[in-house]
Design a protein around this ligand. Structure first.
Ligand SMILES: [Zn+2]
Length: 112
């Protein structure tokens, strides 16, 4: 008889999503996992639809940063207050909490 690992142990998340550590004074962002300065990666990385409280049918780009410190993608959405005005808010379910993330309005309209 062989010992089998349960399937759930073998499933790795496709993407890790955590709100970035953002320093408004420095206008700099840091990865909460490894502490790297990720400011230069600013863009609209994609958050998987299943992590969003806001009902969407597709993955959603969010205003934020990314880090390459894990084997899977690390997406670091900006805190809501750090996003430009023309972004709109979606609710994400991250780390047991519901947090607002900023997404381009047309992308949200398309995904809902
Ligand atoms: Zn990192």
């Amino acid at each position: 008889m062989t010992v089998r690992e349960s399937a759930s142990d073998l499933v790795e998340p496709r993407t890790i999503v955590l709100i970035a550590d953002y320093d408004a004074h420095l206008d700099a962002a840091f990865c909460p996992l490894c502490g790297a300065d990720v400011t230069s990666t600013i863009g609209t990385p994609t958050v998987p639809a299943d992590l969003l409280e806001t009902h969407v049918t597709d993955d959603l780009p969010v205003y934020g940063w990314s880090c390459e410190c894990r084997r899977v993608d690390v997406v670091l959405p900006a805190p809501e207050e750090a996003a430009p005005d023309h972004f709109t808010t979606a609710e994400a379910h991250l780390d047991g909490e519901t947090v607002p993330v900023a997404t381009p309005e047309p992308a949200l309209a398309e995904a809902t």
